[in-house]
Design a binder for this molecule. Structure first.
Ligand code: ZN
Length: 241
């Protein structure tokens, strides 16, 4: 079944709606969510509600954990910290409890997919796996054929063959029977690879591809100004960084 893999929404409703529309138009029959529903953006309640309506397998991100517990926000920069506090105060009790109930990892199919926000190694420590090259070390820490991650906001498709070396595929990859894969979905709501369009992954039995989708960035920015969220977080959406 064609599956849409979404990560790092960060309370960006316009980006989430555009991605869902795009995935449905391409006939995606299933959704997976890799964490960070909230943080940075203006619509935490709407995004959590919309995600939970997908009845998609979901895992927790560090910004979800911060919004729930207010723990570890000292590790955030001051802008992320300010929005984490705003998000915590803005989220409804129901949505806080949805986020609080998310697991750190999810296993899909018969040893087929591992879902984790940051890394398969110590998922609770929120390490970064930011490029395809560093993916070769990760495969030792899980048994599934494919590991789906987010967190770095930079999409990549890494194939780890029999040699143990990681090969990076630009926009799409055809799966080989003897290879394993680490696929980073990038970010729906705050891409950081220089391309401001929302990023997600489409995956089926044969392979996977990175999809980029235009959304109404100015509308998201308008709402963020309205809530007086930090200016650098508003500006970066248009830059894709
Ligand atoms: Zn994130």
């Amino acid at each position: 079944m064609l599956t849409a893999v979404l990560s790092d929404i960060h309370s960006n409703l316009e980006a989430l709606q555009s991605v869902l529309e795009d995935a449905r138009r391409r006939k995606a029959g299933r959704f997976l969510f890799l964490g960070d529903a909230v943080g940075y953006g203006p619509n935490p309640n709407e995004c959590v509600r919309l995600l939970s309506q997908l009845s998609a397998p979901m895992v927790m991100g560090n910004h979800d954990a911060a919004a729930v517990s207010m723990l570890d926000i000292d590790r955030f920069n001051r802008h992320a910290r300010a929005v984490a506090i705003w998000t915590h105060e803005t989220l409804s009790a129901e949505n806080l409890s949805i986020l609080a109930g998310l697991p750190l990892t999810a296993h899909i199919g018969d040893n087929e997919l591992l879902l984790v926000h940051a890394t398969p190694y110590e998922p609770e420590a929120w390490h970064y796996l930011g490029n395809a090259k560093s993916a070769s070390a990760a495969v030792e820490y899980y048994t599934e054929r494919i590991c789906l991650i987010g967190h770095s906001h930079t999409p990549f498709l890494a194939e780890i063959g029999q040699s143990g070396r990681a090969v990076s595929h630009e926009n799409s990859v055809i799966f080989k029977p003897d290879s394993r894969y680490v696929l980073n979905a990038g970010s729906v709501g705050q891409p950081r690879d220089g391309d401001p369009r929302a990023s997600y992954i489409l995956i089926d039995q044969e392979g996977a591809s990175i999809v980029r989708v235009d959304y109404d960035i100015r509308e998201t920015q308008r709402k963020m100004y309205g809530y007086e969220l930090p200016e650098p977080l508003i500006r970066r959406l248009a830059l894709g960084y």
